[in-house]
Design a protein. Structure first.
Length: 106
């Protein structure tokens, strides 16, 4: 991966400021893509996840998704979550303790 494409997770304030520089508000993005303002704000602040909304925000800022939301929406992150779900399901089926989060996942 090139140094300039290293994933960067922006803060809510940084996202809001970059959008304002382009005269765009999160509420306008929400309206344009048919979601509630609350939902768009939750995505921008990292309290909820929606790849569709995150992509719209990143597009409005003019940056790739991983330059706004870091690795939050990467395939690797998704695979790690799927693996974790399988661990939990297996533990629940067998009645064994759920394994701790591996160092590689954190």
């Amino acid at each position: 991966m090139k140094p300039d494409t290293k994933p960067t997770k922006l803060s809510y304030t940084e996202i809001k400021d970059l959008l304002r520089k382009k005269d765009i508000y999160l509420s306008e993005i929400a309206e344009a893509i048919g979601v509630t303002r609350s939902h768009a704000y939750q995505i921008a602040s990292g309290k909820a996840k929606s790849k569709r909304v995150a992509k719209a925000i990143a597009q409005c800022i003019g940056r790739p998704l991983n330059q706004v939301f870091g690795d939050s929406y990467s395939e690797e992150s998704k695979k790690q979550r799927e693996k974790r779900v399988l661990q939990i399901a297996n533990s629940l089926k067998t009645g064994t303790p759920i394994p701790p989060i591996s160092v590689a996942q954190s």
